[in-house]
Design a protein around this ligand. Structure first.
Ligand code: HEC
Length: 157
């Protein structure tokens, strides 16, 4: 009973399918990409549209930079990342990779294998990888793109 209720309550997402937790599917990958927050940073315009996934730009990277003590970097084009890896390589990669801030790479190490596989299949299903996000810049260079500043707060004296 309880399990049935959970499944019925699962999100219906834009692929029109109901995603169930443990299955490997594109629909589940889409759901994981939403609750994992991937679109927040890796899909241009996603946050500005209050969370509408635009198939033309989904996970193709973001031209709005993150500027901090590390310089300026950009959420990369994830379609290009999966284009260079097999599904098995991606599963291993998500367990071990590290990236610069503000990428929360440590959270991705907690993905279950079925979740990583679903996410891979979803990203692949999005189609043409398109172009890379802008190149990262070293500290001290002013970006030519819009950017967000990640700086320590000004503390009162
Ligand atoms: C807070 C913003 C943010 C969120 C949320 C986020 N990313 Fe990122 N991600 C970034 C940025 C910025 C980089 C580039 C980091 C760098 O320059 O080292 C990045 C880098 C990556 C990389 C490394 C790519 C490479 O090989 O260079 C992967 C893989 C990745 N993100 C996957 C994901 C996935 C999958 C999710 C969702 C589960 C996600 N990210 C959520 C901002 C984010």
């Amino acid at each position: 009973m309880f399990r049935t209720a959970l499944i019925i309550a699962a999100a219906t997402i834009s692929t029109g399918a109901i995603a169930q937790d443990a299955e490997v599917s594109v629909a589940n990958g889409e759901r994981i990409s939403i609750i994992g927050g991937c679109h927040d940073c890796h899909s241009a315009g996603y946050s500005e549209s209050n969370g509408k996934i635009d198939p033309a730009t989904a996970l193709k990277g973001n031209p709005v930079g993150y500027n901090g003590p590390w310089g300026t970097n950009y959420a990369v084009n994830l379609r290009l990342v999966v284009a260079k890896q097999s599904e098995d390589e991606w599963v291993q990669y998500l367990k071990t990779f590290q990236a610069g801030p503000p990428m929360p790479w440590f959270n991705l190490h907690a993905f279950h294998e079925a979740e990583s596989r679903s996410l891979y299949q979803y990203i692949k299903s999005l189609g043409e990888p398109g172009d890379p996000a802008p190149e990262r810049l070293p500290p001290g260079q002013t970006p030519k793109t819009p950017y967000l500043v990640f700086a320590p707060p000004m503390m009162p004296k």
